[in-house]
Design a binder for this molecule. Structure first.
Ligand code: AMP
Length: 174
């Protein structure tokens, strides 16, 4: 299994973006390097262990990059959780607050089916508001959340505590 040290070295800290007081974790240098991105997706896939997974759900927008690659590697479908007003069909939505601002996210009502085993993947776990809302949408449709995996976790913000009980993994902890 690849180590994560080279990934940590590539994540760029941007102070006061997009607002004063936020230390933004810029993951674009990881995405731009083929080996780093490949290793990152390998590590995220490994968090699933040998669990059966039917769908990978990714969160708008950076989460899509990781979740879609994980879904493809696992050979399963990808489902987008999107910001309000972006999905064209029947949706279920939920409002939540995030580290900077407020948001509403939506999921197509038929995107996950009752009984399906779902892995949630996002770029970063901060306060956990986004992931917890996505988890609630997934389970409200009758699917089972078998895990939530993040490239980065900001441990001080205690996002894990907001998540429903399920295995939670992150590749880089700060
Ligand atoms: P939260 O709901 O607070 O866990 O926020 C999670 C989402 O906000 C993630 O999907 C990130 O894309 C974004 N985000 C929050 N804080 C940061 C940060 N410090 N650096 C980069 N992205 C962040």
């Amino acid at each position: 299994m690849p180590s994560s040290d080279h990934l940590r070295a590539a994540v760029r800290d941007i102070p006061d973006f997009p607002k004063e007081g936020i230390l933004f974790k810029d993951i674009t240098p990881v995405l731009a390097d083929g080996k780093l991105f490949h290793d990152c997706i390998t590590l995220l896939c490994n968090t699933a262990g040998d669990q059966v997974i039917d769908k990978v759900v990714g969160i708008d927008a950076r989460g899509f990059i990781f979740a879609a690659a994980v879904a493809d590697r696992l050979g399963v479908g990808f489902v987008p959780v999107r910001k309000a007003g972006k999905l064209p069909w029947k949706t279920r939505g939920l409002a939540y607050s995030l580290e900077y601002g407020e948001n509403v996210i939506e999921l197509h009502e038929d995107a996950v089916l009752p009984g399906e085993k779902v892995l949630l993947v996002d770029d970063l776990l901060a306060t956990g508001g986004t992931a917890a809302a996505a988890a609630e949408l997934i389970t409200s449709l009758g699917a089972t959340l078998v895990g939530a995996s993040f490239f980065i976790e900001l441990e001080d913000l205690a996002g894990r505590a907001k998540m429903p009980p399920c295995p939670i993994h992150s590749i880089l902890k700060y």
